[in-house]
Design a protein around this ligand. Structure first.
Ligand SMILES: *Cc1c(COP(=O)(O)O)cnc(C)c1O
Length: 413
Protein backbone atom coordinates (compact mmCIF):
# COMPACT_ATOMS: atom_id res chain seq x y z
CA UNK A 1 0.00 0.00 0.00
CA UNK A 2 1.45 3.38 -0.96
CA UNK A 3 1.97 6.09 1.61
CA UNK A 4 -0.60 8.39 0.06
CA UNK A 5 -3.21 5.66 -0.02
CA UNK A 6 -2.54 4.87 3.59
CA UNK A 7 -3.11 8.51 4.48
CA UNK A 8 -6.41 8.56 2.61
CA UNK A 9 -7.57 5.40 4.34
CA UNK A 10 -6.68 6.82 7.70
CA UNK A 11 -8.55 10.06 7.11
CA UNK A 12 -11.65 8.46 5.68
CA UNK A 13 -13.41 7.96 8.97
CA UNK A 14 -15.33 4.79 9.70
CA UNK A 15 -14.07 3.29 6.43
CA UNK A 16 -10.85 2.45 8.24
CA UNK A 17 -12.72 0.54 10.95
CA UNK A 18 -14.75 -1.29 8.35
CA UNK A 19 -11.61 -2.29 6.48
CA UNK A 20 -9.86 -3.55 9.63
CA UNK A 21 -12.94 -5.50 10.72
CA UNK A 22 -13.16 -7.03 7.25
CA UNK A 23 -9.51 -8.13 7.48
CA UNK A 24 -10.03 -9.77 10.85
CA UNK A 25 -13.22 -11.45 9.67
CA UNK A 26 -11.61 -12.66 6.45
CA UNK A 27 -8.32 -13.99 7.83
CA UNK A 28 -9.32 -14.84 11.39
CA UNK A 29 -11.27 -17.75 12.80
CA UNK A 30 -14.75 -16.60 13.83
CA UNK A 31 -14.52 -17.84 17.41
CA UNK A 32 -15.72 -14.49 18.79
CA UNK A 33 -18.54 -12.12 17.88
CA UNK A 34 -17.00 -8.75 18.78
CA UNK A 35 -18.84 -5.44 18.71
CA UNK A 36 -17.94 -3.60 15.49
CA UNK A 37 -15.44 -1.21 17.05
CA UNK A 38 -11.68 -1.10 16.41
CA UNK A 39 -9.65 0.21 19.33
CA UNK A 40 -6.26 1.81 19.16
CA UNK A 41 -5.59 3.47 22.51
CA UNK A 42 -6.60 3.22 26.16
CA UNK A 43 -6.11 5.07 29.42
CA UNK A 44 -7.80 4.39 32.74
CA UNK A 45 -11.43 3.54 32.12
CA UNK A 46 -11.42 4.91 28.56
CA UNK A 47 -10.52 3.52 25.15
CA UNK A 48 -10.42 5.24 21.76
CA UNK A 49 -11.25 3.77 18.36
CA UNK A 50 -9.24 4.32 15.19
CA UNK A 51 -11.50 7.23 14.26
CA UNK A 52 -10.67 8.97 17.52
CA UNK A 53 -14.00 8.37 19.27
CA UNK A 54 -13.81 7.79 23.02
CA UNK A 55 -15.64 5.03 24.90
CA UNK A 56 -16.20 4.01 28.52
CA UNK A 57 -14.82 0.50 28.91
CA UNK A 58 -17.36 -1.37 31.03
CA UNK A 59 -15.90 -4.82 30.35
CA UNK A 60 -12.26 -4.41 31.44
CA UNK A 61 -11.27 -7.37 29.25
CA UNK A 62 -13.37 -9.66 31.46
CA UNK A 63 -11.73 -8.18 34.58
CA UNK A 64 -8.12 -8.37 33.38
CA UNK A 65 -7.96 -4.56 33.51
CA UNK A 66 -8.89 -3.90 37.14
CA UNK A 67 -6.09 -1.30 37.29
CA UNK A 68 -7.37 0.47 34.15
CA UNK A 69 -5.83 0.67 30.71
CA UNK A 70 -2.07 1.25 30.43
CA UNK A 71 -1.57 2.13 34.08
CA UNK A 72 1.56 4.32 34.07
CA UNK A 73 3.18 2.50 37.03
CA UNK A 74 2.78 -0.91 35.42
CA UNK A 75 3.90 0.48 32.06
CA UNK A 76 7.06 1.86 33.66
CA UNK A 77 7.83 -1.44 35.38
CA UNK A 78 7.24 -3.35 32.14
CA UNK A 79 9.40 -0.95 30.15
CA UNK A 80 12.23 -1.20 32.66
CA UNK A 81 12.15 -4.98 32.61
CA UNK A 82 11.88 -5.09 28.79
CA UNK A 83 15.29 -3.50 28.55
CA UNK A 84 16.85 -5.88 31.05
CA UNK A 85 15.76 -9.53 30.92
CA UNK A 86 12.51 -11.04 29.66
CA UNK A 87 12.84 -14.82 29.66
CA UNK A 88 15.16 -17.37 31.22
CA UNK A 89 12.89 -20.43 31.16
CA UNK A 90 12.71 -22.44 34.34
CA UNK A 91 15.97 -24.16 33.51
CA UNK A 92 17.54 -21.33 35.54
CA UNK A 93 16.44 -19.09 38.37
CA UNK A 94 15.61 -15.44 37.81
CA UNK A 95 15.81 -12.74 40.46
CA UNK A 96 12.14 -11.73 40.22
CA UNK A 97 10.29 -15.01 40.63
CA UNK A 98 11.09 -15.77 44.27
CA UNK A 99 9.95 -12.39 45.60
CA UNK A 100 6.68 -12.59 43.60
CA UNK A 101 5.94 -16.11 44.88
CA UNK A 102 6.55 -14.92 48.44
CA UNK A 103 4.27 -11.93 47.97
CA UNK A 104 1.45 -14.01 46.51
CA UNK A 105 1.68 -16.59 49.29
CA UNK A 106 1.61 -13.91 51.99
CA UNK A 107 -1.28 -12.13 50.31
CA UNK A 108 -3.41 -15.30 50.33
CA UNK A 109 -2.02 -16.97 53.45
CA UNK A 110 -0.69 -19.92 51.46
CA UNK A 111 2.57 -21.91 51.56
CA UNK A 112 3.45 -22.27 47.89
CA UNK A 113 2.59 -20.83 44.51
CA UNK A 114 3.17 -21.82 40.92
CA UNK A 115 3.20 -19.32 38.07
CA UNK A 116 1.65 -19.96 34.68
CA UNK A 117 0.43 -17.71 31.87
CA UNK A 118 -3.23 -17.99 30.87
CA UNK A 119 -6.07 -18.63 33.27
CA UNK A 120 -6.91 -21.94 31.64
CA UNK A 121 -3.34 -23.14 32.25
CA UNK A 122 -3.64 -22.24 35.92
CA UNK A 123 -6.92 -24.18 36.14
CA UNK A 124 -5.22 -27.17 34.49
CA UNK A 125 -2.41 -26.83 37.02
CA UNK A 126 -4.93 -26.91 39.87
CA UNK A 127 -6.73 -29.93 38.40
CA UNK A 128 -3.47 -31.86 38.07
CA UNK A 129 -2.43 -30.87 41.61
CA UNK A 130 -5.75 -32.05 43.07
CA UNK A 131 -5.49 -35.39 41.25
CA UNK A 132 -1.90 -35.81 42.41
CA UNK A 133 -2.97 -35.10 45.99
CA UNK A 134 -5.83 -37.57 45.60
CA UNK A 135 -3.44 -40.37 44.65
CA UNK A 136 -0.49 -39.53 46.88
CA UNK A 137 -2.24 -38.25 50.00
CA UNK A 138 -5.81 -39.48 50.01
CA UNK A 139 -4.99 -42.92 48.63
CA UNK A 140 -7.44 -42.91 45.71
CA UNK A 141 -6.77 -45.90 43.41
CA UNK A 142 -4.73 -44.91 40.37
CA UNK A 143 -6.75 -43.42 37.51
CA UNK A 144 -9.96 -43.09 39.55
CA UNK A 145 -9.75 -39.55 40.95
CA UNK A 146 -12.88 -37.48 40.57
CA UNK A 147 -13.34 -33.71 40.63
CA UNK A 148 -16.70 -32.06 41.22
CA UNK A 149 -17.58 -28.91 39.25
CA UNK A 150 -20.73 -26.80 38.85
CA UNK A 151 -23.34 -26.30 36.18
CA UNK A 152 -22.74 -23.20 34.05
CA UNK A 153 -19.10 -23.10 35.09
CA UNK A 154 -16.51 -21.25 33.09
CA UNK A 155 -12.90 -22.22 33.72
CA UNK A 156 -11.31 -21.73 30.30
CA UNK A 157 -11.03 -23.38 26.92
CA UNK A 158 -8.61 -26.30 26.97
CA UNK A 159 -9.86 -29.72 25.93
CA UNK A 160 -10.09 -31.00 29.51
CA UNK A 161 -11.79 -27.86 30.81
CA UNK A 162 -14.45 -27.66 28.09
CA UNK A 163 -15.05 -31.36 28.67
CA UNK A 164 -16.74 -30.53 31.99
CA UNK A 165 -18.61 -27.46 30.75
CA UNK A 166 -22.41 -27.59 30.66
CA UNK A 167 -22.61 -25.07 27.81
CA UNK A 168 -23.22 -26.86 24.47
CA UNK A 169 -21.36 -24.07 22.61
CA UNK A 170 -18.23 -24.96 24.58
CA UNK A 171 -18.51 -28.73 24.35
CA UNK A 172 -20.24 -29.74 21.09
CA UNK A 173 -17.79 -31.04 18.52
CA UNK A 174 -14.86 -31.16 20.93
CA UNK A 175 -15.31 -34.56 22.52
CA UNK A 176 -14.43 -37.04 23.81
CA UNK A 177 -14.44 -35.31 27.18
CA UNK A 178 -11.72 -36.03 29.73
CA UNK A 179 -13.23 -38.42 32.29
CA UNK A 180 -13.19 -37.84 36.04
CA UNK A 181 -15.52 -34.85 36.42
CA UNK A 182 -18.98 -34.68 37.94
CA UNK A 183 -21.31 -31.68 37.44
CA UNK A 184 -23.63 -30.48 40.23
CA UNK A 185 -25.91 -27.41 40.54
CA UNK A 186 -24.20 -24.14 41.53
CA UNK A 187 -24.82 -22.58 44.91
CA UNK A 188 -26.21 -25.82 46.31
CA UNK A 189 -24.23 -27.07 49.32
CA UNK A 190 -26.46 -30.13 49.78
CA UNK A 191 -25.73 -31.20 46.19
CA UNK A 192 -22.01 -30.98 46.92
CA UNK A 193 -22.35 -33.06 50.07
CA UNK A 194 -24.32 -35.71 48.17
CA UNK A 195 -21.93 -35.82 45.20
CA UNK A 196 -18.76 -36.54 47.18
CA UNK A 197 -17.63 -40.14 47.01
CA UNK A 198 -14.55 -42.08 48.18
CA UNK A 199 -12.65 -41.12 45.01
CA UNK A 200 -13.43 -37.41 45.10
CA UNK A 201 -10.22 -35.41 45.33
CA UNK A 202 -11.49 -31.89 44.70
CA UNK A 203 -14.25 -29.37 44.18
CA UNK A 204 -13.58 -26.64 41.62
CA UNK A 205 -15.86 -23.58 41.73
CA UNK A 206 -16.08 -19.86 40.96
CA UNK A 207 -17.05 -17.77 44.04
CA UNK A 208 -19.32 -15.84 41.65
CA UNK A 209 -20.00 -17.24 38.18
CA UNK A 210 -18.96 -14.41 35.87
CA UNK A 211 -19.42 -15.84 32.40
CA UNK A 212 -22.70 -17.52 33.37
CA UNK A 213 -24.21 -14.05 33.85
CA UNK A 214 -22.88 -12.87 37.22
CA UNK A 215 -24.46 -15.63 39.32
CA UNK A 216 -24.03 -14.78 42.99
CA UNK A 217 -24.44 -17.87 45.21
CA UNK A 218 -26.60 -17.77 48.36
CA UNK A 219 -24.94 -16.12 51.35
CA UNK A 220 -22.96 -18.64 53.39
CA UNK A 221 -22.40 -20.97 50.42
CA UNK A 222 -18.62 -20.59 50.42
CA UNK A 223 -18.40 -21.20 54.16
CA UNK A 224 -20.51 -24.33 53.74
CA UNK A 225 -18.29 -25.48 50.88
CA UNK A 226 -15.30 -25.01 53.18
CA UNK A 227 -16.90 -27.04 55.96
CA UNK A 228 -18.06 -29.87 53.66
CA UNK A 229 -14.69 -30.20 51.92
CA UNK A 230 -12.83 -30.20 55.25
CA UNK A 231 -15.15 -32.78 56.78
CA UNK A 232 -14.92 -35.11 53.77
CA UNK A 233 -11.22 -34.74 53.04
CA UNK A 234 -11.74 -33.08 49.65
CA UNK A 235 -9.71 -30.16 48.31
CA UNK A 236 -11.58 -26.97 47.51
CA UNK A 237 -10.21 -24.97 44.58
CA UNK A 238 -11.59 -21.44 44.14
CA UNK A 239 -11.26 -20.10 40.60
CA UNK A 240 -10.78 -16.38 41.32
CA UNK A 241 -9.43 -15.57 37.89
CA UNK A 242 -12.32 -13.16 37.31
CA UNK A 243 -13.49 -12.40 40.86
CA UNK A 244 -10.08 -12.01 42.46
CA UNK A 245 -7.75 -9.06 42.95
CA UNK A 246 -10.26 -6.48 44.10
CA UNK A 247 -13.07 -6.93 41.58
CA UNK A 248 -15.83 -7.80 44.08
CA UNK A 249 -14.80 -5.37 46.82
CA UNK A 250 -12.31 -7.66 48.59
CA UNK A 251 -8.84 -8.77 47.52
CA UNK A 252 -10.38 -12.20 46.93
CA UNK A 253 -14.10 -12.89 46.64
CA UNK A 254 -13.86 -15.74 49.19
CA UNK A 255 -12.85 -13.07 51.78
CA UNK A 256 -16.48 -11.90 51.87
CA UNK A 257 -17.26 -15.04 53.84
CA UNK A 258 -13.87 -15.49 55.47
CA UNK A 259 -13.68 -18.85 53.73
CA UNK A 260 -10.22 -20.04 52.78
CA UNK A 261 -9.94 -22.46 49.87
CA UNK A 262 -7.21 -25.11 49.63
CA UNK A 263 -6.25 -23.86 46.19
CA UNK A 264 -6.66 -20.30 44.93
CA UNK A 265 -6.46 -19.72 41.18
CA UNK A 266 -5.54 -16.25 39.89
CA UNK A 267 -5.07 -14.75 36.44
CA UNK A 268 -6.45 -11.84 34.46
CA UNK A 269 -5.80 -8.73 36.63
CA UNK A 270 -2.56 -10.23 37.96
CA UNK A 271 -1.24 -8.91 34.66
CA UNK A 272 -2.82 -5.45 34.90
CA UNK A 273 -3.85 -6.16 31.32
CA UNK A 274 -0.28 -6.08 30.05
CA UNK A 275 0.85 -9.63 29.54
CA UNK A 276 -0.68 -12.95 30.63
CA UNK A 277 0.25 -13.98 34.17
CA UNK A 278 -1.62 -16.60 36.18
CA UNK A 279 -0.95 -18.48 39.39
CA UNK A 280 -2.13 -21.29 41.63
CA UNK A 281 -1.59 -20.89 45.35
CA UNK A 282 -1.95 -23.68 47.85
CA UNK A 283 -0.49 -25.51 50.79
CA UNK A 284 2.74 -27.42 51.08
CA UNK A 285 0.93 -30.79 51.16
CA UNK A 286 -0.67 -30.03 47.77
CA UNK A 287 1.72 -27.99 45.60
CA UNK A 288 4.70 -29.60 47.32
CA UNK A 289 3.79 -32.79 45.42
CA UNK A 290 4.93 -31.42 42.06
CA UNK A 291 8.42 -32.85 41.50
CA UNK A 292 10.88 -31.76 38.78
CA UNK A 293 9.59 -32.79 35.37
CA UNK A 294 5.97 -33.34 36.44
CA UNK A 295 4.64 -29.95 35.35
CA UNK A 296 5.86 -26.77 33.71
CA UNK A 297 5.64 -23.96 31.22
CA UNK A 298 8.38 -22.29 29.18
CA UNK A 299 7.07 -18.81 29.93
CA UNK A 300 5.64 -19.42 33.41
CA UNK A 301 7.35 -17.24 36.00
CA UNK A 302 9.44 -15.32 33.49
CA UNK A 303 11.05 -12.05 34.64
CA UNK A 304 8.87 -9.79 32.48
CA UNK A 305 5.71 -11.43 33.82
CA UNK A 306 6.99 -11.15 37.40
CA UNK A 307 7.84 -7.46 37.05
CA UNK A 308 4.40 -6.77 35.59
CA UNK A 309 2.61 -8.81 38.28
CA UNK A 310 4.51 -7.02 41.08
CA UNK A 311 3.53 -3.63 39.67
CA UNK A 312 -0.06 -4.78 39.15
CA UNK A 313 -0.27 -5.82 42.82
CA UNK A 314 1.39 -2.53 43.88
CA UNK A 315 -1.33 -0.58 42.09
CA UNK A 316 -4.12 -2.70 43.62
CA UNK A 317 -2.72 -2.06 47.11
CA UNK A 318 -1.51 1.55 46.76
CA UNK A 319 -4.76 2.72 45.23
CA UNK A 320 -6.89 0.54 47.54
CA UNK A 321 -8.80 -0.75 44.54
CA UNK A 322 -10.73 -3.43 46.46
CA UNK A 323 -12.20 -0.73 48.75
CA UNK A 324 -12.96 1.41 45.72
CA UNK A 325 -14.70 -1.51 44.04
CA UNK A 326 -16.86 -2.02 47.11
CA UNK A 327 -17.87 1.65 47.41
CA UNK A 328 -18.26 2.38 43.71
CA UNK A 329 -20.00 -0.95 43.17
CA UNK A 330 -22.57 -0.21 45.87
CA UNK A 331 -23.18 3.23 44.38
CA UNK A 332 -23.45 1.85 40.83
CA UNK A 333 -25.91 -0.89 41.86
CA UNK A 334 -28.05 1.56 43.83
CA UNK A 335 -28.28 3.91 40.85
CA UNK A 336 -28.98 0.99 38.50
CA UNK A 337 -31.95 0.01 40.68
CA UNK A 338 -33.42 3.37 39.73
CA UNK A 339 -33.47 2.48 36.03
CA UNK A 340 -36.85 1.78 34.60
CA UNK A 341 -37.44 -0.49 31.63
CA UNK A 342 -40.19 -3.04 30.93
CA UNK A 343 -37.64 -5.69 29.91
CA UNK A 344 -35.48 -5.23 33.01
CA UNK A 345 -35.56 -8.40 35.09
CA UNK A 346 -33.03 -7.78 37.83
CA UNK A 347 -29.69 -6.44 38.91
CA UNK A 348 -27.16 -8.53 40.80
CA UNK A 349 -23.50 -8.52 41.60
CA UNK A 350 -20.84 -7.73 44.11
CA UNK A 351 -18.41 -4.83 44.07
CA UNK A 352 -17.84 -3.83 40.46
CA UNK A 353 -18.94 -7.16 38.97
CA UNK A 354 -22.52 -6.37 38.05
CA UNK A 355 -25.07 -8.15 35.88
CA UNK A 356 -28.21 -6.49 34.56
CA UNK A 357 -30.68 -9.08 33.34
CA UNK A 358 -33.29 -8.51 30.64
CA UNK A 359 -36.15 -10.62 29.34
CA UNK A 360 -34.53 -10.84 25.90
CA UNK A 361 -31.18 -10.64 24.12
CA UNK A 362 -28.89 -7.88 25.41
CA UNK A 363 -26.74 -7.71 22.27
CA UNK A 364 -28.82 -4.96 20.56
CA UNK A 365 -28.49 -2.89 23.74
CA UNK A 366 -24.71 -3.35 23.64
CA UNK A 367 -24.71 -2.09 20.06
CA UNK A 368 -26.79 0.95 21.03
CA UNK A 369 -24.44 1.63 23.96
CA UNK A 370 -21.45 1.42 21.64
CA UNK A 371 -22.92 4.07 19.37
CA UNK A 372 -23.30 6.30 22.42
CA UNK A 373 -19.73 5.75 23.57
CA UNK A 374 -19.95 2.91 26.09
CA UNK A 375 -18.56 -0.58 25.58
CA UNK A 376 -20.16 -3.47 27.44
CA UNK A 377 -20.88 -7.08 26.52
CA UNK A 378 -23.82 -9.35 26.88
CA UNK A 379 -23.13 -12.56 28.74
CA UNK A 380 -25.33 -15.62 28.59
CA UNK A 381 -27.42 -13.74 26.05
CA UNK A 382 -29.80 -11.88 28.34
CA UNK A 383 -27.40 -10.34 30.84
CA UNK A 384 -25.50 -7.11 30.38
CA UNK A 385 -22.27 -7.29 32.36
CA UNK A 386 -21.02 -4.04 33.84
CA UNK A 387 -17.48 -4.44 35.14
CA UNK A 388 -15.46 -1.25 34.62
CA UNK A 389 -11.84 -0.86 35.73
CA UNK A 390 -11.78 -0.39 39.51
CA UNK A 391 -10.29 3.10 39.13
CA UNK A 392 -13.68 4.45 38.01
CA UNK A 393 -14.97 7.52 39.88
CA UNK A 394 -18.48 8.58 40.91
CA UNK A 395 -18.83 11.27 38.21
CA UNK A 396 -17.72 8.69 35.64
CA UNK A 397 -20.35 6.24 36.89
CA UNK A 398 -22.94 9.03 36.63
CA UNK A 399 -21.87 9.72 33.06
CA UNK A 400 -22.05 6.02 32.19
CA UNK A 401 -25.53 5.78 33.73
CA UNK A 402 -26.70 8.69 31.58
CA UNK A 403 -25.58 6.81 28.47
CA UNK A 404 -27.26 3.64 29.72
CA UNK A 405 -30.54 5.45 30.46
CA UNK A 406 -30.55 7.07 27.02
CA UNK A 407 -29.80 3.79 25.23
CA UNK A 408 -32.50 1.99 27.26
CA UNK A 409 -35.10 4.50 26.05
CA UNK A 410 -34.60 3.22 22.51
CA UNK A 411 -34.24 -0.43 23.52
CA UNK A 412 -37.40 -2.43 22.86
CA UNK A 413 -37.72 -6.14 23.46
C1 LIG B 1 -11.29 -15.89 32.06
C2 LIG B 1 -11.47 -17.02 32.97
C3 LIG B 1 -10.72 -18.20 32.85
C4 LIG B 1 -9.78 -18.46 31.72
O1 LIG B 1 -8.74 -17.55 31.63
P1 LIG B 1 -7.92 -17.41 30.25
O2 LIG B 1 -6.81 -16.47 30.58
O3 LIG B 1 -8.88 -16.86 29.23
O4 LIG B 1 -7.47 -18.78 29.88
C5 LIG B 1 -10.91 -19.19 33.81
N1 LIG B 1 -11.78 -19.02 34.82
C6 LIG B 1 -12.51 -17.91 34.96
C7 LIG B 1 -13.45 -17.79 36.13
C8 LIG B 1 -12.40 -16.87 34.04
O5 LIG B 1 -13.17 -15.78 34.16
Amino acid sequence: MSWSRRLTTRSSGSKRSAKLIELAEHFGAHNYHPLPVVLTRGRGIFVWDVEGKRYFDMLSAYSALNQGHVHPKIATAARRQLGRLTLTSRAFHNELMGPLLERLCKLAGMDRAILMNSGAEAVETAIKAMRLWGYRKKGIPDGRAEIIVCENNFHGRTTTIVGFSSDPLSTDGFGPATPGFKIIPYGDAAALRAAIGPNTCGFLVEPIQGEAGVNVPPRGYLREVRAICSAQNVLWAADEIQTGLGRTGRMFCVDHEGAKPDLLILGKALSGGFYPVSAVLSREDVLGLYAPGTHGSTFGGNPLACAIAQASLDVLEDERLADKAEKMGAYFMERLQGLDHPALRGIRGRGLLIGVEFSGAARPLCEALMKRGLLAKDTHEKTLRLAPPLVITKPQIDAALKILAAALKEFVL
